[in-house]
Design a protein around this ligand. Sequence first.
Ligand code: URA
Length: 408
Amino acid sequence: MILDIINKKRLGEELSYKELDYFFNGYLDGKVADYQMSSLLMAICINGMTDEEIFALTKIFIDSGDVLDFSDIPGIKVDKHSTGGIGDKTTLIIAPIVASIGVPVIKMSGRGLGYTGGTIDKLESIPGFRIDLSDEEIINQVHKINLVVTGQTAELVPMDKVIYALRDVTGTVSSIPLIASSVMSKKIAGGADKILIDIKVGNGALLQTKAEAKKLSELMIKIGEVYHVEVRTIISDMNVPLGYAIGNSLEVLEAIEVLKGREKDNNLVELCYELATEMVSMGKEINKGEAYNLVLDSINSGAAYNKFLEMIGLQGGDIQGVCISDDTYKIKSSVSGTIKKINALELGKLSLALGAGKLSKEDEIDYTVGIKLNKLVGDTVKKGDVLATLYIKGDIPEFNIDDIFKIN
Ligand code: URA
């Protein structure tokens, strides 16, 4: 049976719910070996899946754990997910904005693997901040302040945890059907009424082309329809990093600047306003123009920043304790001109080499290291100007400045 299923997918044939259930649950039960699951995952990567197979796999994932129910909390709960990118600290910014406008936000975030930390790693750079809230604590906090950002519990789609770990080391992460089932199963099991997905495209993202992103978007919307959950998607650029900061503490500090309204007119602020507007429009069932005005008010009045502080306080964090390394290295321009490109992937690799991310689950993240860009795309620079500051511990990793900045 195990071999028959692998061969069927190798030949590009459709697997039934029963076959997928047998194989994936067999893996959880230890009856299917790592190498057999890897082989099936690679066959899925190469031959894809039909919509029916993707719906079946999503259901199998959801059924592997708890499905949370937040129906006691009044209001439309809107969740948001990003497929991940360099310098992506949007959750830290938009969750408090949206909650301050009266839309309840229950966000269960993951850790990063690869170039930088995930939202949970970023929040853990705030000393004392708890990311392991129980279901009861989550519900109490949302009743109190409309907002919680916490880690995914072990019972939320446990199948995704083991399959993702295997995908990560078998070159099968960027399969569109597998991404769709992985993300949507967690969002649906997470109990949201409506879901916003930020699909990233570019060299610093899982997907490299807009066509792939559109395909993923269509699939996620279809999965939402199966579960009667409204799904909206935004396709956003990940060829350049988001904002100035890459690295956990640095990103928390940048998020605070945006929440205080001090950072304006850059790609991070624009994306945050776009995502928050979409979430408020979904949660309050109003048009985007009205939602956008509420988002601006929330930042300008200080309501968003106050909401952020409330959440940090209730979850035990000490915002004054966020610390970045004293040891810095400045990357200077060897030419004068205009910055045409800043390569997200190369900056991701550099931040990983500095210790801001992890390559394997066992690696330790150093929250205090990272990169702060002193210039963004479109800025003019003179020879000798500082392009970026590295916050380091120990040796400076090898890098090629021309791979990161294109100036002419
Ligand atoms: N994020 C997820 O949660 N799952 C994927 O498969 C890819 C990105």
